[in-house]
Design a protein around this ligand. Structure first.
Ligand code: NAP
Length: 270
């Protein structure tokens, strides 16, 4: 499927989430994803697998510049020193001279956002990362952040059971992307009767229907994780079919505010 162009940068719309893809098995899954055609990888200091991501990337028959690599700052006090140390450690572990996108993993209410974003912007100027963004930022934080720095994305939990209207509106206003994490609700999409019915209508899997619903929204990227070769393939193949307006609306109506990932110390609604 076609890349999404965000602020002049083309990003593959489906990336590989790599949370829990650690050790030799994790590395093998990442390598397999690259062999299947994934060109967008999502990792983080917190996942403890930047070494595996870097090894899989170097071993792949794919030029480095063909792959969009995102990582995230270590979670902690996001001071200038912390930001710089975390970025340096990421490059060391990944074995790369730069990443394509560096995100704040979770907001830190104890450090001025100005300091964190200025430190990240410096890293762009120094070529450590091509772009920066945030993750788990609620609307009021996004508004402040976009006034301070040029953000490529806000990465948040987004799937059929958790709507993100306010954050999509912020993305539209500023021109950044919304990256959907846990896009198949960690497998829970499989239990939903509406998704089951739509999957039967279009002859696709439930996971594919959930991902296709995300892909038919402008500005949305998704980073499903899988260690299964069949699902890795399925998740990348969501450009091969389409949902009609009525199917899109039935899926949008499944929003029940289901948040699978709890964390941080911010008010999600504001
Ligand atoms: N920024 C953040 O704070 C944050 C938080 C959470 C996640 N993330 C990122 O987002 C990525 C994805 O989120 P996630 O790992 O939480 O959840 P997810 O991608 O929604 O779900 C992964 C789980 O669902 C299964 N699965 C994958 N594709 C499927 C499909 N088509 N149908 C049914 N089941 C499927 C996988 O099992 P198999 O391996 O057996 O296929 C795995 O157990 C993470 O890996 C990470 O990179 C970021």
């Amino acid at each position: 499927m076609e890349d999404l162009t965000v602020k002049g940068r083309a990003i593959p719309r489906i990336g590989l989430g790599t949370y829990r893809l650690t050790g030799p098995e994790g590395q093998a899954a990442i390598a397999q994803a690259l062999a299947l055609g994934y060109r967008h990888l999502d990792t983080a200091r917190m996942y403890g697998n930047e070494v595996e991501v870097g090894r899989a990337l170097r071993a792949a028959a794919v030029p480095r510049e063909a792959v969009h690599v995102t990582t995230k700052l270590a979670v902690g006090p996001l001071t200038r020193d912390w930001v710089r140390d975390s970025a340096r450690a990421s490059l060391r572990d990944l074995g790369l001279d730069h990443v394509d996108l560096l995100l704040v993993h979770w907001p830190d209410p104890d450090t001025p956002l100005e300091e964190t974003l200025a430190a990240l912007t410096e890293l762009v100027e120094e070529g450590v990362t091509a772009a920066i963004g945030v993750s788990n930022f609620p609307p009021s934080w996004v508004r402040r952040a976009t006034a301070l720095a040029d953000l490529l994305t806000n990465q948040v939990e987004y799937h059929p059971f958790l709507g993100q209207e306010a954050l999509l509106a912020e993305a539209e206003r500023d021109g950044h992307a919304l990256t959907a994490y846990s896009p198949v609700a960690r497998g829970r999409v499989e239990e939903d009767p509406t998704l089951q019915a739509i999957a039967a209508e279009v002859g696709r899997t439930l996971g594919q229907v959930a991902l296709r619903w995300l892909m038919q929204q402008p500005r949305v990227l998704a980073i499903p994780r899988s260690a299964s070769s069949a699902r890795l393939r399925d998740n990348l193949a969501v450009g091969e079919f389409a949902l009609d307006e009525e199917q899109m609306a039935r899926i949008s109506a499944l929003d029940r505010g289901l948040r699978l990932i709890q964390g941080g110390r911010v008010d999600w609604e504001r």
